[in-house]
Design a protein around this ligand. Structure first.
Ligand SMILES: Cc1cc2nc3c(=O)[nH]c(=O)nc-3n(C[C@H](O)[C@H](O)[C@H](O)COP(=O)(O)O)c2cc1C
Length: 347
């Protein structure tokens, strides 16, 4: 196994884990072979599929690979009244195409331990967690294989608790970031800290290595966060337009051609706060009742699928960070080369 250490990185770049089919063996391996870290967001992936994907990736690279998981919390269906209102909200969207909506049954998410088992068989160099901290038993077990554990923090309290459970590094996620916000408990007030401020605060208060995530698109942004003290930069949106990514045609189209739009943070797609390009779904769901996370995600899947199949970008989750208008239409190899050149030019 390729034991990970930040000092072994040829480039301080982590291609972000992005659950939802965005990460592919082709994308992750190109990034790993270019001297960075290639990642997979496996939160909604079955153990069997995780095994297949990691196996396929090992044939393409011996570089650093990261497998990432959400830490789901136990959840129940809400009262009948709330269910009815939440269903009505989704059924009354202005999407013309027909879609079936079904209320899912338990389990509402895949068991983390079985996902980790499948992952450990394939020995990635890193396993990271988002939306909370897994059990200490899971952390210790992963580390006993020589695999490093990273956990996302969006504020100082989260960063300190990550240090206290013995993780190996922190992913500091600024408010600029695309996709799900890593805040542990969304009932708490979200301080919405910008990346640079978050990095400064974490580095002052915690002694673990820190990775910076949120709005990083160019070499100069990477240099900026390294200068503050980050060990590496985690880029998600920047990789979404690469042909190696599993991003849908219409999502790519909006990233490249709808750059006058703003991004918004919404709970309406999944039940948890996540940033994406503003569209009709976000506008029409504003203020409406929703199911809790991740039940809302399952509820909205059929309509998002129909919208995507019709190349209609107005009713799908167009996850993107605030700087998405700086995406480039390049292969992953070219993007990594450009980032490396820009980084060198900054030195
Ligand atoms: C499409 C998409 C999906 C994401 N899914 C995950 C995920 O599964 N796990 C995770 O830890 N972070 C996820 N994130 C957040 C990234 O790890 C990272 O914080 C974010 O991409 C950084 O901001 P940027 O998109 O502006 O680069 C996702 C981001 C995007 C854009």
């Amino acid at each position: 196994m390729n034991v990970f250490n930040f000092s072994k990185l040829k480039l301080p770049i982590i291609q972000a884990p992005m659950a939802g089919g965005f990460n592919t063996p082709e994308l992750a391996s190109v990034v790993a072979n270019s001297g960075g870290v290639g990642s997979f967001g496996f939160s909604f992936t079955s153990p069997k599929k995780i095994d297949e994907i990691l196996n396929a990736t090992k044939k393409l690279t011996a570089g650093f690979i990261n497998a990432n998981f959400f830490v789901f919390k136990p959840v129940k269906l809400p009262d009948k009244e709330v269910q009815e209102e939440a269903l009505k909200a989704v059924e009354s969207l202005s999407l013309i195409e027909k879609y079936d909506i079904n209320i899912p049954k338990e389990p509402f998410y895949i068991d983390l331990e079985s996902q980790i088992e499948a992952t450990l068989k394939n020995l990635p160099s890193i396993i990271t967690f988002h939306l909370g901290i897994p059990s200490i038993d899971i952390i210790k077990k992963i580390q006993s294989f020589g695999i490093k554990v990273g956990i996302t923090a969006t504020n100082i309290i989260e960063a300190k608790s990550i240090e206290n459970v013995g993780a190996d590094f922190i992913v500091a996620q600024g408010i600029e970031a695309g996709g799900h916000r890593g805040i542990f408990d969304q009932e708490n007030i979200d301080e919405k800290i910008t990346l640079d401020n978050l990095l400064i605060k974490i580095l002052e208060n915690v002694s673990l290595p820190v990775v910076a995530a949120g709005g990083i698109m160019e070499g100069k942004h990477i240099k900026r966060v390294i200068n503050i003290g980050a060990k590496a930069a985690q880029l998600g949106t920047a990789f979404l337009t690469c042909p190696e990514a599993g991003t849908s045609y219409i999502h790519k189209h909006y990233l490249l051609n709808e750059q006058q739009r703003k991004t918004k943070i919404t709970k309406a797609f999944s039940g948890r706060m996540a940033r994406g390009i503003n569209n009709k779904f976000i506008e029409e769901m504003d203020g409406k009742k929703i199911f809790p996370f991740p039940i809302q995600n399952t509820i909205t899947t059929p309509l998002r699928r129909v919208s995507q199949n019709h190349n209609n970008g107005e009713f799908i989750n167009l996850w993107a960070g605030i700087n998405f208008n700086q995406v480039r239409d390049l292969s992953a190899k070219e993007l990594m080369k450009n980032l490396a050149d820009e980084l060198k030019a900054e030195n």
